[in-house]
Design a protein around this ligand. Structure first.
Ligand SMILES: Nc1ncnc2c1ncn2[C@@H]1O[C@H](COP(=O)(O)OP(=O)(O)OP(=O)(O)O)[C@@H](O)[C@H]1O
Ligand SMILES: [Mg+2]
Length: 383
């Protein structure tokens, strides 16, 4: 009996533990327009102000790269190497309260990459990704609202992969097997070879669909809350997850079996068109403003409020699931927003973990004690 109580208390304690993390220092060498930079950063974050083209977004990009292994603006790695150099280096020290993690990434024009965590080399980006949760918001993110469905899928994939490692693993397996299935088309007719990949697609696809369904439902609530706060409920917003392969079933196993059969039935047609025509890789998430499709009817300010609220909701969800604090990167958050919305955005942003804000304006109404920096021509001066 006593043992049960002890185990119960231990589990309750474990569940309530919230891991704090912040980026304590950043070091860049030959990264975009930074020849060399060393910066100490406080727990609350920093404000980077400067003229257009001074290097503010580049700084956020280096932090995103340290956290995920990728640029938030989907830039190829070699474009991040200074024009006059052959290689670049980014390093950061992450403080977890009782421990510190030194992450460093070096890469060159021949696609060679060296990733190290505390001096231990990592073999792949999947080992690098997910340990240092980050959410970024920038001008490109308006494309989540305006752009094609793949932008919305990418947003969801990035979010859920940081919420749960199983989703990230399922995504990798699904993509790999779909590409393998596609590569057989036009060359192989033996059904047995297709079946191996279809089985793996169905197994991992079921994980993706069930995760997406659950997370979109939670995102809806949080999105409404943030959009309502920023806009003072001037418009209503909504999200709808529309799986490409739509069936009504409550268990993953049932979904898996039906999808697997459907892939077999579709096979002939897929071979004719040369790719896998159905599955989670073609899912859609629809965004609504006052019950109308946001990208067709929303104004620029409304769509920006939408994208920003989605990102704030993402932070909330990652913190809720992971019980882990975040790094939040905000690039030029409020252009196109009216004065009222602008004044309501910053208090919401400030409440979210360690925040790095890039802005060309000098009148950002921040209350928290962030590091105030002026960026000019690849140099950062702390004010
Ligand atoms: N690989 C590179 N090597 C050297 N300079 C680069 C490289 N890539 C981009 N730049 C330069 O970095 C500069 C700063 O870019 P960045 O996008 O960070 O500006 P910014 O401060 O965010 O400006 P804005 O306020 O207009 O968004 C630009 O002048 C750009 O040409
Ligand atoms: Mg910029």
């Amino acid at each position: 009996m006593e043992l049960y109580i002890i185990v119960g208390i231990f589990q309750a304690l474990r569940l309530s533990i919230f891991t704090l993390m912040h980026l304590d220092s950043l070091r860049l060498i030959n990264f975009r327009n930074y020849k060399e930079l060393s910066l100490q950063l406080p727990e609350s974050g920093a404000l980077f102000e400067g003229l257009n083209g001074s290097g503010k977004t580049n700084l956020l990009e280096s932090i995103h790269l340290l956290c995920t292994g990728r640029s938030q603006r989907a830039a190829a790695r070699k474009t991040m190497i200074n024009h006059n150099e052959q290689s670049a280096f980014v390093a950061g020290c992450f403080d977890y309260g009782d421990s510190r993690v030194e992450a460093s990434l070096g890469f060159d024009r021949d696609k060679k990459v060296v990733m190290k965590i505390n001096d231990q080399s990592l073999g792949s980006f999947s080992e690098w990704f997910g340990q240092r949760p980050v959410v970024s918001f920038g001008t490109d993110d308006l494309e989540i609202v305006y752009g094609p469905p793949e932008n919305r899928r990418r947003f969801l994939d990035m979010l859920i992969s940081q919420i749960d490692r199983e989703y990230f693993d399922a995504l990798v397996v699904y993509r790999r097997n779909m590409l393998c299935r596609n590569s057989l088309m036009g060359k192989v007719t033996d059904p047995l070879q297709y079946e191996v990949y279809e089985e793996a697609m169905a197994q991992s696809g079921a994980e993706l669909v069930f995760f997406r369904r659950r997370v979109v439902e939670e995102l809806r609530g949080a999105l409404n809350q943030f959009y309502g706060e920023i806009s003072e409920k001037r418009e209503s917003v909504d999200l709808l997850y529309e799986p490409r392969f739509k069936i009504d079933c409550s268990s993953k196993n049932e979904w898996k079996n039906v999808f697997c059969n459907s892939l077999a039935q579709q096979r002939r047609r897929d071979i004719e068109i040369g790719f896998s025509s159905t599955g989670p890789h073609r899912d859609e998430v629809r965004f609504f403003l006052d019950k109308r499709v946001a990208r067709n009817f929303g104004s620029q300010g409304q769509c920006r409020t939408f994208a920003l609220s989605l990102k704030l909701a993402s932070v909330l969800l990652i913190e809720r699931y992971r019980r882990h604090s975040m790094i939040f990167l905000i690039d030029d958050a409020v252009s196109e927003l009216d004065q009222g919305r602008t004044s309501r955005v910053y208090p919401l942003i400030e409440a979210k973990g360690q925040v790095f804000i890039a802005t060309p304006r000098l009148d950002v109404p921040l209350r928290a004690e962030v590091l105030n920096c002026t960026v000019s021509d690849g140099k950062v001066v702390v004010r």
